[in-house]
Design a protein around this ligand. Structure first.
Ligand code: ZN
Length: 361
């Protein structure tokens, strides 16, 4: 199993410029250095506000321009909630089914949802089962569109005993009663599966099931198109290491349900995804012991070729496609015309106008 075939299914862009330069080539250094075939940029609904913020629609637009510049790269778009709790009824023309159709028309390869991450979940009103979202999931299921869906976070983040001031400051403490519980987030996500049993979801970060693989196994057994990625989430790797033999069997048995990603994020330096993909590749294909997350040793699973290929690229290709969809420039232009007035950060508006001049005129 050669690294030249690997697809990193989980990267982000969070700014226009940074240490690696302008975002439009942000992951090319990573690809060239490690030698993977392609990667998937996941737009994320943005929580931040203020002059430097990038809205969800703006992040979608960035990803679309990235795909124009690099037609062999995949991207998943996200829904725009305009930073507010989802109202009972969305404004006409901005409902999620309409947004979804616009994004597919532009040429996105799937949809990324961060709505199940506790902080963002709280921001939109703590309900993944909102009727407006339910209509969207059913459309996604019908069209076999791939969703990368972040639901939950490590259970430690609810533990008041671990709520250090640092952790509270970065927003990683959910135990103050204002967030949904770990169990409630699982309940909501699984109600989506119950209602749409054939939906093609990849839950990010192993669905935070490193210590409860039997839960994940039960879901795999029930839902044929359910997948997880092993984007760190460092804590899952400690579980893999502590139960090495069990997990080697688990990965072989479920090799058609697991895929890889690094969470490399522009504007942070490319050395992180380069390092991370190197470690993931060794973990899947060798039995080497390497210092990995938090510098703790991680013993490779040395999976049989077929299982390794499934995890490193074939599952992504089967669920999304072998080659990315091309960008429809007219549809992108229409999306920009419609959403530009909703973007409040002036810098972002100016950057998009420059990109439109360069790539769409
Ligand atoms: Zn991510």
């Amino acid at each position: 199993m050669k690294i030249e075939k690997v697809i990193d299914g989980h990267l982000h862009i969070e700014a226009f410029s940074g240490e690696e330069g302008y975002f439009i080539d942000s992951f090319e250094k990573y690809r060239d250095d490690i030698g993977i075939r392609s990667y998937n940029i996941c737009a994320i609904p943005h929580i931040k506000s203020g002059p430097d913020s990038i809205s969800s629609a703006a992040n979608n637009i960035q990803c679309a321009f990235y795909k124009i510049a690099h037609p062999d790269v995949f991207a998943h778009a996200c829904l725009e909630h305009f930073g507010v709790v989802i109202p009972e009824k969305l404004e006409e023309g901005f409902d999620y089914v309409t947004q979804y159709k616009e994004l597919m028309e532009i040429g996105f390869d799937g949809i990324k949802m961060l709505e199940g991450k506790p902080d963002y979940h709280k921001r939109i009103g703590k309900n993944l089962l909102h009727p407006e979202l339910m209509r969207f999931y059913s459309e996604v299921e019908k069209n076999k569109t791939h969703l990368v869906f972040h639901v939950n976070d490590p259970i430690e983040f609810w533990d008041p005993a671990l709520a250090t001031p640092d952790r509270i400051k970065i927003g990683w403490y959910y135990g103050d009663g204002s967030f949904a519980t770990h169990e409630e987030l699982y309940r909501q996500a699984e109600a989506i599966l119950e209602k749409n049993p054939n939906i093609a979801i990849t839950f990010a970060h192993f669905y935070f099931c490193g210590e409860k693989p039997e839960k994940l196994q039960a879901l795999f057994d029930k839902y044929p198109n359910l997948n997880v990625d092993i984007t760190p989430g460092t804590e899952m790797y400690f579980s893999f290491e502590n139960n090495h033999d069990f997990y080697r069997e688990f990965f072989i048995k479920n090799s058609n349900r697991i895929s890889v990603g690094t969470d490399g994020t522009h504007p942070w330096p490319a050395r992180f995804p380069i390092w991370c993909m190197d470690r993931l590749y060794r973990f899947i294909t060798t039995d080497e012991v390497n210092p990995t997350f938090d510098d703790k040793p991680l013993t490779g699973l040395k999976l049989p070729d077929e299982a390794a290929e499934n995890i490193l690229y074939k599952n992504f290709e089967r669920r999304v496609s072998v080659n990315p969809k091309p960008i429809n420039k007219a549809a992108l232009k229409a999306y920009i015309d419609k959403y530009l007035p909703t973007i409040t950060a002036e810098n972002t508006v100016q950057e998009i106008k420059k990109l439109a001049q360069k790539y769409l005129d």
